[in-house]
Design a protein around this ligand. Structure first.
Ligand SMILES: [Zn+2]
Length: 89
């Protein structure tokens, strides 16, 4: 494990998620992250969500956001809030 081939781990994938979505990564790094997403459901979920969220925001000025997607975003935001309250308590 970890013999310098340096696949990205979950932390790095999540850290790079925004840059990845912005298309600002080198091709090599994109490949590594893509491969991690193929293998890691947790990160893929996060990635999907982030991509969806961007779409909602991008479409915010139009009036056409699918209800299911809007619902999913709202739920995720609520979960995040609860998580924060939980860690505070
Ligand atoms: Zn992962």
């Amino acid at each position: 494990m970890g013999t310098g081939e340096s696949d990205v781990d979950c932390n790095e994938t999540l850290y790079r998620l925004y840059t990845y979505l912005d298309g600002e990564l080198t091709e090599e790094r994109r490949h590594k992250i893509q491969r991690h997403l193929d293998e890691c459901e947790t990160c893929l979920d996060a990635f999907d969500f982030e991509a969806d969220l961007r779409m909602v925001i991008a479409q915010g000025c139009k009036d056409h956001v699918p209800d299911a997607l809007r619902q999913r975003v709202l739920e995720a935001l609520i979960v995040e809030e609860q998580k924060q309250q939980f860690t505070k308590g």
